[in-house]
Structures are given as C-alpha cells and as structure tokens.
Design a protein around this ligand. Structure first.
Ligand SMILES: [Fe+2]
Length: 296
C-alpha cells in the first residue's frame, strides 16, 4: 500500500467567501488564517483540511493524498511516471500554502486532479469547534472521503489499484438514473487505513468534478445538530438522513456554496485490513437517503 490517507481538499467555487460561514457556522469547522486570502477550514489538529479559493467555475480543484515519508513519495512518483502519468513537482510557495514538505500534481485517467505529498507541517494545534462539535473522525484515517466522476470507470479503477495501491472495498451497481441510461456503478476503495473508503468512483460525468465530500463526526447527536443548523439556514439537501449499506455511515447530504455536496455523518465502518474481503452490492442504503434526482 502506497497512499496512507486523504490529507486535504481544495475547492475553487465562485462564492469562496460563502464557504467561511458555511464551514464554521454550519459544518462546525474552525475558519483559520493561512497563506493569502483563501478560506481555510480546520477540523482537527492539522493546520487545515479544506482550503477554498475563489475560482471561475464551481469545481473541486485538488485533493492531497498523504504518503508516510520521502521514500514512499519518490516511489509513488516513479509508479505514476511508469504508468505514463504526467507528474509536476510543486514549488516552495505551493508547499508552504498546503503546509507540506513536498507535493506533486497529477491526474487520474478520468481527468480528476490529485496531489501526493508527505510531511504535513504545523500539526498539533488545538481544534475547538465554534458550534461545539466534539471532534471530527480523522487521525490516521485522514479527513474523510470523496467521490469523483469516472465515465471510464474500469480504467480509472485499475489505475487507483495498481499505480496508487488502493484496495477494493465495495463495487455497487444500481438501476439506471433515467430510462435508457446505463446502470449506475460506484466503486469504493480504501487507502492504507481502516476507513471503509477514502475515495469512490462514479461512472457518470459530473460537472463539478466531485459527487460529494464526506466529513465524519463522533455521534448521531452531532449529525442531528448539524441538520438543525442546515435547516435553520435554509440549506437545500441532496439527500435526507439515512444509513448506507456498505460502510454503515449514518449521514445526510447538505449542498454547500457553489453546489458542492457534503456528506455529514457518523458511524462509518472501520476495516480490519488483514481479514477484510471486498464486497459487491446492489443496495445502497439500509434506510432513508431519499436523493434529489441525479442530473446526468
Ligand atoms: Fe459518501
């Protein structure tokens, strides 16, 4: 296993400032100062986990995959280059902004951008939620998970497995979203930590480049309190509360500024990587999760 965990996410929506209040007043993250005038959101002892810059399009700009040391970092770059990926090493200013020792930029076969880094700096600062969230579930399991579009899902799946070393968790097939469309398929994969999945691939194009990104809190009361805050702020939902069948996450899906969908949940399954066997499934939810129609 090469990739250890998901370290940070970068968004570039048109309404970047709106993320400051969405993140701190509604998600319960801390809005903190950092390089430039970006919005930085902190959810644990890392300097930040989400950085938001003003962009031209409402898109996922970058994600940072963490490897444990410089040797793993060089091995990962070598594996990407052997596969034929274009890898660009980041400069000092970029590393300073991300609070990492070194990072590089590449993209998967579906065109989804990603970064690989090692040596997060500035770790250890206190997290104190402005909304009283007791803590987000992160640590060795990283910040959460995200789901990206991959119409060429088989090729992209193979890339994450063989080049970046992700393991399969679940391969979910669902009925077509509209008559005449292909079946929906979501491939869930884990990095080198117990979180059921750190990334999932969806076999339809999605304009924002991100189907959703997930934050996990400690218990159902903190999910419920976040639902209350979203409702009071009239935030639309992509899905109501429900429990997923594969990772058992109890969650709901508010739609953030710029249309970025967030999954906010608790109780996600943690795998024993020595004994876990990947699953294939055809049922997404045990109960709930009434989704707004998928726009494909
Ligand atoms: Fe999710």
């Amino acid at each position: 296993m090469t990739i250890a965990r998901l370290g940070y996410l970068g968004l570039q929506p048109q309404e970047a400032e709106a993320w400051k209040s969405f993140g701190s007043d509604l998600l319960g993250a801390m809005s903190v100062e950092g390089e430039g005038d970006s919005v930085y959101l902190k959810i644990d002892d890392h300097p930040f986990r989400l950085v938001v810059d003003k962009g031209e399009e409402d898109k996922l700009a970058f994600v940072g995959w963490e490897v444990d040391d410089a040797a793993s970092y060089e091995q990962t770059i070598a594996a990407l280059e052997a596969y034929g990926s274009i890898v660009t090493r980041g400069d000092e200013a970029g590393a300073k902004k991300r609070c990492v020792r070194e990072y590089c930029v590449s993209a998967d076969p579906a065109g989804n951008p990603f970064e690989v880094y090692y040596g997060r700096t500035g770790v250890g600062g206190e997290f104190k939620s402005p909304q009283g969230v007791s803590g987000f579930v992160t640590g060795d399991m990283g910040l959460g998970h995200y789901v990206v579009p991959a119409p060429n899902i088989d090729e992209t799946h193979e890339f994450y497995k063989t080049v970046l070393g992700f393991g399969d968790s679940d391969d979910l097939t669902l009925p077509p979203p509209t008559e005449g469309a292909p079946e929906m398929r979501i491939v869930f994969m884990h990095a080198g930590n117990p979180r059921h999945h750190s990334i999932a691939l969806f076999n339809f194009p999605v304009a924002s480049g991100c189907v959703h990104l997930m934050f996990e809190v400690q218990n159902i009361d903190e999910v419920g309190a976040c639902m209350d805050r979203m409702e009071a702020a009239h935030i639309p939902l992509m899905s109501t509360l429900g429990r997923h069948a594969n990772d058992m996450m109890l969650s709901f899906y508010p739609i953030g500024p710029g249309g970025c969908v967030v999954e906010y949940g608790c109780g996600g399954l943690q795998l024993n990587l020595d004994t876990f066997q990947p699953t294939k499934s055809t049922v997404a939810d045990i109960w709930g999760h009434a989704y707004a129609p998928v726009d494909v």
